[in-house]
Design a protein around this ligand. Sequence first.
Ligand code: ZN
Length: 403
Amino acid sequence: MTLPGERRRRRKRAFLSAGILALSGIVGGGVLAASNTWIGLSVGLAGLVAALVVLYRPGGVPILVYHSISPDASWLPWSTNTSVRPEVFRCHLQTLKNGGWTVKSTLDIVRDRQAGKRINDKTVVLQFDDGYLDNLVFAAPILREFSMPATFFASLDFIEQGKAIREDNDKLGPADWTGYMTVAELSLMDADPLFDIEAHGVNHARVPISDKPVEQLTEANWLRHAPLAWAYDSKNKARWFEAETPPPPLFIGEMVPENDSALSGRWWNDGETETEVAYVQRVGHALNRSRKELGEILGKDVVIFAWPFDRYCPVSVAAAKEAGFVAVTGGRGENRPEEDPTILSRVHIHDRAFGRGPLWLEGLALRARVNSASGRLVWHFLVVLAARIRSRRFGRPGYGPVS
Ligand SMILES: [Zn+2]
């Protein structure tokens, strides 16, 4: 598994320190065994201090990303890795509160970092991708209960049509809380001083980047591959999951080609790769539309962009800045003062963090995640352990909209 930049260094630091600790223990123990107690104890203690110094480096600002918050998100083919049950979400917020974490809005953090202001230790940011209706129904009331701010990222083609406002979860059943928010619902959220709606692109699509086959399209997997059809159709797609057959150009039995997010990969079409010029133009157009049209819908300046699938490239970052976005996601750092304040690094939060288990275990996993992401690497071993156990049960997060 290749891990980019800071994340790889973080893992390296954690294992290096564990190595130092283990080595000092062995050497110290050896000397102790040779009955020179004082030297043995000193070596052991020095090793312990060295390991703790390497492992304790707070100062990062964890940005936690959620997607769906729902008791049952089975309508989403990637719900296993992107949906969190409301009781687990509440437990996460309680864990943050108990741990003394302050939740700040994305905009506050971006502005403070750009102004070079010192951000208090134990500050965290909450974000939600995709604009699911369940964010309004389940996440918003819990966030209000804790007075915690959050940012919700919406894609233009996935705004539910109509004027419905479906806020009251007592009157809604599982069949009602599928899909995405309407303009009225997004506006209602944005009008709440705790919440901001920001941009998540236009069509959340993936595009083929070569003719290399990945797997065969079947009745069982086509919904998961639906993002591969989204760039071919400019219509509203908020009800895409209700389709009974794959949308063109997907056909059962055909091979799914190697693909990437439409905003980070050059489109392979009719045996040819899109030219650099066409790619720059396409990405620029999507980012401009995303900022302009969402801004018109909400009657405000939209300034933050979250990359679909968390995928981007230098061309798309330049296009986002050109379009007027002041910050984008996709960073691989820890949001430290010395990092670029216009790039936000995020941590994806899953339900059933250890594969299964009681609520307190979900709280413990969140505690480990948030501490590790802030640079308190003592917690990193627990994060790695949870991820190993979880992937054994659910597999590694595949390429559904993981962002
Ligand atoms: Zn997304």
